[in-house]
Design a binder for this molecule. Structure first.
Ligand SMILES: CCCCCCCC/C=C\C=C\CC(=O)SCCNC(=O)CCNC(=O)[C@H](O)C(C)(C)COP(=O)(O)OP(=O)(O)OC[C@H]1O[C@@H](n2cnc3c(N)ncnc32)[C@H](O)[C@@H]1OP(=O)(O)O
Length: 667
């Protein structure tokens, strides 16, 4: 008597797919979703997927097995398996190309992008996938009347029986697509295997394509990359839940007003991200000329952001003074709830400003400083409310980069920390709370890495060799290309002395007018000042040879292994010190910082996760070897905490913090 079956989700969501935690569970072994999807598709009774909220991964694959799909206008659909190191292994790589064509399917499956419905006015209301409707109206009656005209055979509704739509130039299209996929993957395996699975759909009958999909899925399921990406997925969510022992909280509501002080590069990005998050913001500058320059730049950024968004300009509403206001009048400070200061990295200037803020702002207002290294306690000491002062380290470009490093000082209150965490959340950033020290967590780990990169040049390597090794590892950009991009005159940590080995190379390059991309020359040469295409520079190579001769440094060949280990292991080593000092609450925090702020390849899980996969004993042995060869480089001397963990038998990462004798945070 059943006429039709409808599959829907609960609580406004169709399905987020498989339980990612369950992939490694022994209980899951042998359970496959593909045959169930096939079974649904073979049903003699029509099956309708009623999609609301999200339909992701295995959830969407179930929908693809149904004979009809209807979706709420606000539904979001995607096959994000690639982002957790997998491919859609429930026949999705074979059904989706049959439904939406190869180019669209490849794009969805190899990037994992989640699509919102875009309904072109000209599309017929009953088009596959794109039927806007109000879900509570979906009932048996609706299914019967809309989808099931009497006598309609189900055969044509079964995607597995459809051919993959042909392209006139399929072969050429696929080879171009593969080049693009590989270029964007930066060494991550899943996008390429996703590609191979979709390619199989274009070459083989459905059943053979499914077998190929399974083979490729099994390769990924057991890969270290999938484990790293799944670790990163949960680590990102866990660090954002970090709370102070008191569990304080604070809400940023629509009525809260924020002020951003300083409209340089960072201030412009910060204002843009506040407007994007629809938080009312006042942008304050010290003088009219800077204000006008800043306003122009912010408006340009916002116009660009709005163009990227559907109905962007109307939604952002940035011409509305209630949403965004520019001023040089410090009196506006009296009414704001939270200030983000983003002036130059200069302690005297910051202290002067914080003294002023403390005098003018209302007693409850929170004072945030955007700094990448300066001492939060010292800045707070210029105010009469150090408990409301906190560091908010944005990453450039601030309206794009996902990380917000949140730094508490001696006196910062739990409510202030909770407020900064809430700020990160409304800005759709990943907020990670760390303690106060020079460079905080992220930059402090970067110092030894950058230092090693320069020392390697002194000893015989070249910028392009070092960059290549780091980029092959999966970073988007190596240390020298990065230095040229940022400018050699911008805070290069390798120049600290403290009686230890020090390389003057970056300074010498600056003395030669080589500031990086902006001057068309740095560690590389560029086509022009401001150019972006880095080319190895013979001038630099002969400069390095002369430098080695002058300082009687014997040039030697440095292999890829040494380059990688000295750069990365010194960074990881610093991470262990940071954990031991209670600057970060756990290794996951450092990993999330590195993935979201420093371009660490996500498929390697972050530096501390990577260390756990390499093996702590190996890292220790290598650091011992390199520090014996370079006793004047403190960054290579193994951290006491690393030694302790090795002595304890190399425990798993989630147990590391239990081996610390002191509390793991300073609150
Ligand atoms: C009818 C379907 C049957 C499926 C049967 C499966 C049998 C196995 C066979 C097939 C295998 C299929 C492959 C897959 O499906 S792989 C999974 C693909 N899905 C995803 O990758 C989705 C990942 N999740 C997200 O993108 C987001 O979490 C989202 C669902 C969009 C929700 O975002 P948001 O609202 O911002 O909330 P959070 O991200 O903070 O998530 C809230 C909590 O939910 C946890 N979560 C989310 N998704 C999963 C998941 N797929 N598995 C396990 N846990 C998940 C997340 O960790 C948060 O948890 P907590 O609050 O504890 O931090």
């Amino acid at each position: 008597s059943v006429k039709a079956v409808m599959i829907c989700g609960e609580n406004g969501k169709f399905s987020a797919g498989a339980d990612i935690k369950g992939f490694s569970s022994p209980k899951r072994r042998g359970i496959a979703l593909g045959p169930i999807v096939s079974l649904i598709e073979r049903s003699e009774k029509p099956v309708v997927a009623a999609i609301e909220g999200v339909a992701l991964g295995g959830g969407l694959e179930v929908a693809l097995g149904c004979h009809y799909r209807i979706a709420h206008v606000k539904a979001r659909m995607g096959l994000p398996e690639v982002t957790i190191g997998l491919l859609p292994g429930a026949e999705g790589t074979q059904r989706l190309p049959r439904l939406v064509g190869v180019p669209a399917a490849l794009d969805m499956i190899t990037t994992g992008k989640v699509l919102c419905l875009v309904i072109p006015p000209a599309w017929p209301k009953t088009h596959e996938f794109l039927l806007p409707m109000y879900l509570p109206d979906v009932d048996a009656l609706f299914c019967n009347s809309i989808f099931l005209p009497p006598g309609q055979p189900l055969g044509p509704r079964r995607l597995s029986l459809k051919p993959v739509p042909k392209l006139p130039n399929m072969e050429a299209f696929l080879s171009e697509a593969l080049v693009k996929v590989k270029k964007q993957a930066h060494g991550c395996l899943a996008p390429e295997l996703c590609f191979q699975a979709v390619k199989a759909a274009t070459e083989q009958p459905f059943a053979d394509g499914v077998r190929r999909e399974q083979e490729l899925f099994n390769v990924l399921l057991t890969s270290g990359q999938a484990q790293a990406l799944q670790y990163a997925f949960f680590a990102e969510r866990a660090v954002q839940k970090w709370t102070t022992p008191s569990g304080a909280s604070w809400k940023i509501s629509d009525s809260v007003s924020l002020l951003s002080l300083g409209l340089g590069t960072m201030g412009r990005g910060i204002v843009t991200s506040l407007v994007k998050a629809k938080i009312p913001v006042v942008a304050l500058e010290q003088d009219l000329e800077y204000l006008n320059m800043g306003r122009k730049a912010v408006m340009f950024l916002l116009e660009r952001e709005a163009m990227k968004m559907e109905q962007g300009a109307q939604t952002l509403d940035f011409h509305n003074p209630a949403r965004l206001q520019f001023t040089v009048d410090f009196d506006v400070l009296r009414d704001v709830d939270l200030v983000i200061e983003a002036v130059f990295e200069n302690m005297a200037l910051k202290k002067e400003i914080f003294h002023k803020l403390s005098r003018i702002c209302k007693p409850g207002a929170f004072l945030c400083t955007n700094t990448s290294a300066l001492n939060i306690n010292e800045i707070a000491s210029a105010t009469s409310r150090p408990q409301q002062v906190i560091g908010t380290h944005f990453f450039s470009p601030a309206h794009v980069m996902k990380l917000l490093e949140i730094i508490y000082g001696h006196h910062t209150s739990p409510t202030t920390i909770a407020t900064a965490m809430q700020l990160a959340k409304v800005l759709k950033k990943v907020g990670v709370v760390v303690g106060n020290c020079f460079g905080f967590a992220g930059n402090r780990m970067m110092f030894p890495y950058a230092q090693q990169a320069v020392f390697l040049l002194e000893e015989g390597s070249r910028p392009e060799a070092v960059d290549q090794v780091i980029e092959d590892f999966g970073f988007r950009i190596g240390p020298f290309r990065m230095s040229d991009l940022a400018g050699l005159d911008v805070g290069t940590p390798a120049r600290q002395r403290h009686g230890h080995r020090y390389s003057p190379l970056p300074d010498l390059l600056c003395e030669n007018g080589r500031f990086g991309q902006k001057t068309g020359k740095g560690w590389y040469q560029y086509e022009k000042a401001g150019g972006r295409t880095a080319k190895p520079d013979p001038w630099l190579h002969s400069f390095l040879s002369q430098y080695r001769d002058t300082h009687r440094i014997k040039t030697r060949f440095i292999d890829q292994e040494e380059i990688l280990e000295r750069c990365l292991f010194s960074l990881i080593n610093e991470g262990f010190d940071i954990l031991a000092e209670g600057i970060a609450s756990g290794p996951e925090h450092l990993d999330v910082i590195y993935i979201n702020g420093y371009g660490w390849p996500k498929h390697r899980g972050g530096p501390m996760f990577y260390a756990s996969t390499v093996g702590l004993s190996r890292i220790l042995a290598k650091l011992q070897k390199y520090s014996e060869a370079h006793p004047d480089v403190p960054g290579l001397q193994p951290s006491a905490f690393l030694k302790k963990l090795v002595a304890m038998g190399n425990p798993p990462l989630k147990e590391w913090m239990s081996y610390l004798s002191r509390p793991n945070n300073k609150l």
